[in-house]
Design a protein around this ligand. Sequence first.
Ligand code: SF4
Length: 488
Amino acid sequence: MTLILSGNDYKYELEGVLKLFIPATQFTHMYSDKIECDDDYVFARVKETKNTVLLYIICRYNGDYRRQGEILDKNGSTQKYDKELYLSRVLYKVLAEITGIVPKWGVLTGIRPVKRVNTWLNEGCNKDEVYSRLQNEYLCSKEKCDIAFATAMTQKQVLDALDRKSFSLYISIPFCPTRCSYCSFISQTLDSGRKLIPEYIDKMCREIRQTALITKRLGLKLDTVYFGGGTPTSFEAEQLGTIMKTIEHSFDMSSVREYTVEAGRPDTITEDKLRTVKENGCTRISINPQSLNPSVLEAIGRSHTVEQFYDSYELARKIGFSCINTDIIAGLPNDTIESFKNTVDKLVDLSPENYTVHTLSIKRAAVLNRGDKAVLKNPTDEMVEYATNALFKNDYLPYYLYRQKNMVGNLENIGWSKTGHESLYNIYIMEEVQTILAMGAGASTKLVDHPKRLERVFNYKFPLEYNKHFDLMIERKKQIIDFYEQNV
Ligand code: SF4
């Protein structure tokens, strides 16, 4: 498929719309006022005269041919952003007619749809106006309007109470026991990375201490701590304890309201580790089955059993964790609508405080993407709809929502919570409203002066580079001081 752009440079936006209808396809693009193409194409034209803007799409796809356009009066709304949106809508309508597919998020292709809803609410829009904009400007379905609006409402209290001088700490542990087939995170298996770990922990503790000095100088207040990865519980109990004690001794912990450790893979969880993280301040953990269907776990290379998940969950409750998150993924290979429903229902019975429903995203790096594209045919839409209804029915509310590129069915990931258990960190990171100071390989610090400014400071991606070039990287952290002294 070739995208031919004429009088515009909306390649990114239009490709985003094309991918909704024609997933897992490479597009080429060219700039031309003529259609000179033997294969399928989309010709996207913007032509301005003194008083009007003409926007139209000509599309040839799968033996079908359509042409559709709009003329805008220049006295009306003809801002640059609007032209992209108009053209995206025309392309959406043409492709919906040809393919019969009606993507539920309309032309809202960005990662954070709720951020847009929050912006409109802050500008004074009411519920009807938000729905109207989502449905008429972005062609969103009523179902997606409901979920986006409900998420914004759950977030409201947290966002309204945000202290501008607060920050969160992210601790990156990019190691896992083995690699899951759908994974595209930067994570090293223990077999290949074990020898790097002692130095990695030393360096990370140095990074924590140095960052703490900066936050003291700037008068910043630690709000939440989040250990993510990878799988943090790939580390031994003693190693986790070393990092957590360094945090405790470096920062003033009296203002901390939430402390998460992802214990994602049940095959890494031991009583010793759970007790260690709890004794060192952790208040929230994730234990992620992804599916309760053994053949799905085998197909995705999770290397743990359904029983291991249940045992770990029970152990965590016994030790006294009062906030547990469980993750599942819709659209995994070998899953069926029945076995997915069974996973949803069994987890609802366990009643975790947080429940995250992901949709499979096939990124290029994932081993899964090297095989056939059979997973694209899974009834993912139906699975997500089932989970949404089941969770609403069982008193969970959506509290954060995000989308990734290449998500099967153009769906989303939703974090659900029982009232009062919403993870603050997850809301902050998704809505980009609070500074996140990130430690470790693959981590990126986000400096936020919401809504005016956001800057990023990147750490080295891989543990080997992180260990080797640590001093160079730590130099970059001075950017934190510059940011606050100039902006906040
Ligand atoms: S546990 Fe998570 S980070 Fe580790 S390999 Fe699996 S998907 Fe990737």
